[in-house]
Design a protein around this ligand. Structure first.
Ligand code: NDP
Length: 257
């Protein structure tokens, strides 16, 4: 699998923590020669630390380009693609991982600002990134070439009380991906949706506005997945032979109903 990824340019959103960070490390470990990683998030200090960690672990074979990027800002996405250094411009794989959940209010009470931040990040941000990178991928080969891997959630399939907006945002990721797959059928561009179940990351901390006690309580007594579990799934999908598309994956902890 490593050989199929050799020389590729991979863009990951939300690489500063959790699944995104694990995914960057997993790509680097799987293909430590000539890989090019473009790692993005708002917390650029954490992305730069990750770049150092990758270098320590696999050496200089993997070239890393850290970029500060807020996916909820359309202008930042435009300038991100326009300003990529030449050696990182030929994007092979986009991992649309950046995402968040805010609040536990019922649909009737949820604050407008929370609705907006979840949709701007999880849906509009993912769409804008996809469109920007698709333009690059469409110019490759005869009919376009590349992989777009979207991180949805089990919440998009199994909505739960107190999560209406987040669940709706992740259902949108699934529908967007499925429609695009049909549009891209005659090309060599694969589009994949991976829906994780419960993964122990900073996700819960963000949901509870930084309240660590509430965030930790979510994982108490359960064996959640780790970021590495989803990272391995992402890299597996990207490493399939060209004629194979893993369109859709649901990965959740054994205990999760
Ligand atoms: P984390 O909170 O650890 O990671 C979220 C990442 O998204 C961070 O790197 C954060 O970076 C980034 N991010 C958030 N908002 C923005 C933004 N506006 N612009 C750019 N980057 C942003 O959580 P996870 O790793 O768990 O989450 C990754 C994905 O997995 C998300 O899409 C989430 O919805 C999904 N998921 C998570 C599950 C879980 O149980 N943890 C279950 C199912 C799906 P920064 O703050 O530096 O910008």
């Amino acid at each position: 699998m490593g050989k199929r990824l050799d020389g590729k340019t991979i863009v990951i959103t939300g690489a500063s923590s959790g699944i995104g960070r694990s995914t960057a490390l997993e790509f680097a470990r799987t293909s430590p020669k000539n890989l090019k990683l473009v790692l993005t998030a708002r917390r650029i200090d954490k992305v730069k630390e990750l770049a150092e960690d990758i270098k320590k672990e696999v050496g200089d074979g993997v070239k890393v380009h850290p970029v500060k990027l807020d996916v909820s800002k359309a202008d930042e996405i435009r300038s991100f693609v326009d300003n990529l250094p030449k050696e990182f411009q030929d994007i092979d794989v986009l991992v649309n991982n950046a995402g968040m959940v805010k609040g536990v209010d019922k649909a009737g009470d949820i604050k407008e600002e929370d609705v907006n931040v979840m949709f701007d990040t999880n849906v509009t941000g993912l769409i804008n990134m996809t469109q920007a990178v698709l333009k690059v991928m469409k110019k490759r080969g005869e009919s376009g070439q590349g992989d777009i891997i979207n991180i949805g959630s089990i919440a998009g399939r199994e909505p739960y009380p107190g999560g209406s907006i987040y669940c709706a945002s992740k259902a949108a990721v699934r529908s967007f991906t499925d429609a695009m797959r049909k549009e891209l059928i005659a090309t060599r561009i694969r589009i994949i949706v991976i829906d994780p179940g419960q993964v122990e990351t900073e996700f819960s901390l963000v949901r509870f506005g930084g309240d660590k006690e509430k965030a930790d309580a979510v994982y108490r007594g359960v064996t959640a997945l780790t970021g590495d579990d989803i990272a391995e799934t992402i890299v597996f999908c990207a490493g399939r032979p060209e004629n194979v598309v893993i369109a859709d994956m649901l990965v959740f902890p054994n205990h999760q109903a």
